[in-house]
Design a protein around this ligand. Sequence first.
Ligand SMILES: *Cc1c(COP(=O)(O)O)cnc(C)c1O
Length: 234
Amino acid sequence: MSESSIPENLAEIKNRIRLACEKSGRNPTDVTLIAVSKTKPNEAIIDACTAGQFHFGENRMQELQDKMESIELPGIQWHMIGTMQSNKIKYIAKGVNWIHSVSKAKYLNEIEKRAASVNRTINVLIQVNISGEDQKSGCEIDDLPGILEHARDQSHIKICGLMGMATFMDNPEDVRSEFSLLRSTLENHQYLNGGNIELKELSMGMSGDFEVAIEEGSTMVRVGSAIFGSRNNG
Ligand SMILES: *Cc1c(COP(=O)(O)O)cnc(C)c1O
């Protein structure tokens, strides 16, 4: 896959999203495609945007900041999807639209403070550990009610849903149960909805497994290499 074929790759991914929706009786407009542009140059983002792609995801705060500051395209939406660093939230608060990777209340406090200082509201997803392996990849399900209650008074944060990273497997069928766990976790916590908490988005599925994720209820798929080509790192 080469970078010159970004518009073709996007068209193909959108078609696969449509088919996965058809298969599971869902409406394709309920699934947002986030193009994960990490490690890729600004030109790749501009190419994709010109082809009608408006949601972009980055996993490093510094890289996200650099790209937000150097790319100005009307309608573009930036998603932070990688590991949080408290001391860098201040640099992304004025541009980022969505943060998917909040796993601790302390990050909420910092997002609230920095979003308030630039008079914005930031959409937040809580990252939940669904793989059962890496303790760093999200909060435990049991911690979720406490984190959500913590967010309730924060007027510059809107809690929109949950994010999960499935175990890396060759066969995406092997992670279906992890996606369905995230979906049931969302449903089981919707009784806490109200005010700035509206659990409805499920950010799950990547290049290798987004169709299965959609069948299990994903509303946001984070697709990188299948759009922009493989990465050397990151
Ligand atoms: C890199 C990344 C993706 C996209 O991965 P691909 O396999 O290239 O589609 C999705 N989510 C997160 C959190 C990532 O870091």
